[in-house]
Design a protein around this ligand. Sequence first.
Ligand code: MG
Length: 272
Amino acid sequence: MRLCRFDAGAGPRHGVLEDGYVADRDNREHHRVDEIRLLAPVRPRKYLAIGLNYADHIAESGMEAPQYPVFFNKQITCVVGPHDDIHMPRVSSLLDYEGELAIVIGTRCRHVPVERAREVIAGYTITNDVSVRDWQVRTPTMTMGKSFDTHGPLGPWLVTPDELRDPHDLPIRTYVNDELRQDGNTREMLYDCFQQIAHLSAAFTLEPGDVIATGTPAGIGAVRQPFPEGLLKIGDVVRVQIDGIGELRNTVVEEPEGYLAPETEVEAAWAG
Ligand code: MG
């Protein structure tokens, strides 16, 4: 099953996608998928991401394979929809892409054994772990450079585990303006999806909607020569494709005046 959030003009709704149509989950309405705006399929409370999780990406980064999984946080205000714009920051021009498979948690859980991790997954989607390279390396946590507003596109929908049976055999590709930049397969992960859930849940509770970005294969812009030609520029269109899920498609624009990330549900509840 493919689950989405969308806006057909009346605000966010939940839907089920089938044969090019989105069925509103709560009423009888159907919409053609090309006539609505797809939103990020979830509004996560946590957005965790693993770094250095593909051998070819570790090699291109000039790093050693980490002894333990290297996780960082992306602030949830960075999440945008599958076709929304990515902002070129006012404070940096070192903007880069990282196409990744994303896990969405479906069950509140803690201390999940690897062999049972499959049971807590609501589904899989695609993310672009957009990164501001100079800000990323200024602090060991990487959080600042990974969390700029709009730098967490998610979507286009959630594919449930019964439809996507093996998350560890999925071709993943990233294009910049139709040029193939990343061409990997999720089987090349050092720590697979289930190991990542086991590791994270050893420390804290995972909750429904939490997102885990599972790492990026080789081909990031920062290592292309001559530097900084491989990085993103205003007007670039970045597409991340994962077979069996779909495609993210985002355009890089100048950071607009007065942008504020969409309100989180917690803020909305307090305001009410
Ligand atoms: Mg990444």
